[in-house]
Design a protein around this ligand. Structure first.
Ligand code: 5GP
Length: 208
C-alpha cells in the first residue's frame, strides 16, 4: 500500500467495545506505512494506558490553550465530562510523507473531519449484533455500571450515524475485518480523483 504521494486520512469510528483498537493495531502491524494519530484528552488514564501512546493527557487549561492556538483538526466534548482532540501537526506531516493516518474518533468528530477534509475516508466498525456489543462492553471489566449504561446509550446513537460513513466493516472475526480495511485502503488509492497527476501524464501527450 506504499505509494509516494499524499497519504490517506482514514477516520475510524464505532461504539466503545466494538474492537476498533484491535482491528487498527492488527492493520498497523502489517503495514508500517499506516500510522495512528494520538489524541489529546482531559480524561484520566485507565490502568495500563501510557502517555503519548494511547493519548496525550492534559488539563482542561492546557487543552483550552491548544484550542486558542488552532492546534486541533477537530475537538470534542464527549460524555459530558471530558475533552478529546486531534492534533493537526502529526496528521499533516505524516500524510505529506506518504503515510496513511488513522484517526480513531467518535461520530461527531468524524463529521467535523469530513467537513474540514472532504478527501478523508470514513470507516465505521460495527458489531455483529447489539447483544454481542453489550457482552464485550461488560466483559472489558474496566467500566462502572453507570459508565456501561452511558456507553450503551451512546452506542445506539452512534449506530444511527452509520449511513453517513463511506464504509462499514463488521468486526466479527478480526482477521477478516483487517482484510476489509486493507481492501478499502487499496480501493481508495486506486480512485481516479487520487491519481490526477498520473492521469494527466497519461493523457497529456507525453511521448512514450
Ligand atoms: P475513550 O475515553 O474510551 O478512550 O474514548 C471515548 C470516545 O472518544 C471514543 O468514542 C473515542 O473514539 C473518542 N475520541 C478519542 N479521541 C478523540 C478525538 O481526538 N476526537 C474526538 N472527536 N473523539 C475522540
Amino acid at each position: 500500500m506504499a505509494r509516494k504521494k499524499k497519504g490517506l486520512l482514514v477516520v475510524v469510528s464505532g461504539p466503545a467495545g466494538v474492537g476498533k483498537g484491535t482491528v487498527d493495531s492488527a492493520l498497523m502491524a502489517k503495514h508500517p506505512e499506516i500510522k495512528m494519530s494520538v489524541s489529546v484528552t482531559t480524561r484520566a488514564p485507565r490502568p495500563g494506558e501510557v502517555e503519548g501512546v494511547h493519548y496525550f493527557y492534559r488539563t482542561k487549561e492546557e487543552f483550552d490553550r491548544m484550542i486558542e492556538e488552532d492546534a486541533f483538526l477537530e475537538y470534542m466534548h464527549v460524555f459530558g465530562m471530558n475533552y478529546y482532540g486531534t492534533p493537526k501537526s502529526f496528521v499533516e506531516s505524516e500524510r505529506e510523507k506518504g503515510n496513511h493516518v488513522i484517526l480513531e474518533i467518535d461520530v461527531q468528530g468524524a463529521m467535523k473531519v469530513k467537513a474540514a477534509c472532504p478527501d478523508a475516508v470514513l470507516v465505521f466498525i460495527a458489531p455483529p449484533s447489539l447483544k454481542i456489543l453489550k457482552e464485550r462492553l461488560v466483559g472489558r471489566g474496566t467500566e462502572t455500571q453507570e459508565s456501561i449504561d452511558i456507553r450503551t446509550k451512546t452506542a445506539l446513537d452512534e449506530l444511527n450515524m452509520l449511513p453517513h460513513y463511506d464504509y462499514m466493516v463488521i468486526n466479527d472475526v478480526v482477521d477478516e475485518a483487517v482484510g476489509e480495511m486493507e481492501s478499502i485502503l487499496t480501493a481508495e488509492l486506486c480512485r481516479t480523483v487520487r491519481n490526477k497527476e498520473l492521469i494527466s501524464k497519461l493523457t497529456g501527450g507525453e511521448t512514450i
